[in-house]
Ligand binder design. Structure first.
Ligand code: COA
Length: 396
């Protein structure tokens, strides 16, 4: 039996196939791209969990201080008592700013956003580099601890001076969290409030290849210095899609004003397809691992302050948005109102994030430097085809 001739494949590819063959695989926003390995932290969206150097972040928040977590991120392991004491002693000894540095901060325009002033104050520190000696990695570790120690003083000094108040010198008998309250307000609040603040610093410390850390790693990869990497990180963190969201959350809650207005507000926002600050995440799609711990701090602060308004607004917005859109709150959602209840002005929330994230940025700087490859992706050109330069008289 004669076999039926199979249909010959057409030699000419269809327009669609031709287009597909030349179209590069563009991952806009680098969605889903694994750019490198890291041993600093692991984000696991499938289980809504996060580990720093192998430890669950909620366990670190429950059992450790921010100083212990800073040591862990920078060194790879939790400190023993002797190591922690030495680390704390060093951090405390470096808190003071030079007179020239304070003078620079005092000259900043009073209307500048504190993220712009902290970015510039860190950059200034990079210009005052002294000879550190030792191996390059050791010198960078020194610089990292110096920034960890001085950034809170820079933020608090700027906060006091811009409000026409005298700056308050750091104390060496207080933890980092206690000392920050002392330098901002001249007093240290009750233990529960300090603990909530300390926990927020732990939760904000590190989050793998987020936008600001990746920015820092790109800068590091050119063999630039740690100050430049941190300054770039601060610039990226400022944006409201990243760290700036904690300020935007509180501005939003203040605009809503009362729990009674929360439901109509969010329904109107959803109907108008508005971006609701403090919700959504590039990696977590079923909930941010850090939110339950920070929400519990917000509940403690609500009890302590007696101001139930913000938690009321929080619960209504979260219930409706999660149920109806399936989009969950991220860490900025509870930390915005938590910082408000602690008494910090709204424009200090993202600088506080800097105080914490300096640990993650520094750990990534050290890691990138130890095994470097220049980060330089490709782009697909979408502009005009190549053309001749016309004489000026012939140009339209
Ligand atoms: N409010 C309203 N809609 C949101 C939203 C939010 N906060 N977050 C995500 N969505 C919607 C998007 O509009 C998009 O809808 P569409 O598919 O109909 O276009 C969908 O959810 C997917 O979001 P997408 O923007 O693709 O996710 P992403 O990974 O690019 O963005 C964020 C992640 C964080 C940038 C985004 O969720 C956001 O802008 N959140 C608000 C800012 C914020 O809280 N940032 C802090 C992050 S830790």
């Amino acid at each position: 039996m004669a076999q039926k001739k199979s249909k010959k494949p057409s030699k000419k590819p269809t327009k669609k196939a031709a287009k597909k063959a030349v179209e590069p695989d563009i991952r806009k926003g680098l969605v889903g791209v694994i750019a490198d390995t890291t041993a600093v932290s692991k984000v696991m969206p499938e289980t809504n969990s996060l580990t720093y150097r192998g430890y669950a972040v909620q366990d670190l928040a429950a059992s450790c201080s921010f100083e212990e977590v800073a040591y862990l991120l920078l060194n790879g392991d939790l400190p023993n008592r002797k190591q922690l004491n030495a680390f704390k002693k060093k951090e405390r000894s470096l808190r003071k700013l030079s007179a020239a540095h304070t003078q620079v901060i005092s000259k900043f325009p009073k209307k500048a956003h504190p993220m712009d002033t902290i970015r510039t104050a860190v950059s200034y520190l990079g210009t005052t580099e002294v000879a550190w000696g030792g191996e390059p990695e050791e010198a960078d570790m020194e610089r990292a601890i110096n920034m960890l120690s001085k950034i809170p003083t820079m933020i608090a000094t700027d906060f006091r001076l811009r409000n026409g108040k005298k700056r308050i010198s750091p104390r060496t008998d207080l933890s980092m969290a206690e000392n920050f309250f002392h330098m901002c307000f001249g007093k240290v609040p009750p233990k529960a409030v300090v603990k909530a603040f300390d926990v927020s610093l732990i939760l904000y410390a590190e989050h793998s290849f987020n936008a600001s850390t990746f920015t820092s790693r790109v800068i590091t990869s050119t063999r630039s210095d740690i100050y430049s990497a941190v300054v770039g990180g601060i610039g990226a963190l400022k944006g409201p899609l990243h760290g700036g969201a904690n300020e935007a959350v509180m501005e939003m809650m203040r605009a809503i004003r009362t729990p009674a207005r929360a439901e109509p507000w969010i329904r109107d926002a959803m109907a108008n397809k508005k971006l609701i600050m403090g919700f959504g995440h590039r990696v977590y799609k079923q909930g941010d691992s850090r939110v339950p711990t920070m929400k519990s701090c917000l509940e403690d602060l609500t009890k302590w302050s007696g101001d139930t308004k913000w938690l009321g607004i929080y619960n209504i917005l979260a219930d409706i948005f999660v149920n109806e859109k399936g989009i969950h709150p991220n860490l900025d959602f509870p930390s915005g109102p938590a910082y408000y209840l602690m008494g910090f002005p709204i424009n200090l929330y993202t600088p506080i994030f800097v105080m914490a994230r300096i640990t993650g940025w520094s750990a990534h700087y050290l890691e990138q430097n130890a095994n470097n490859a220049l980060i330089r992706p490709l782009s697909a050109y979408s502009g005009r085809a190549q053309r001749k330069v016309p004489a000026i008289a012939k140009r339209k």
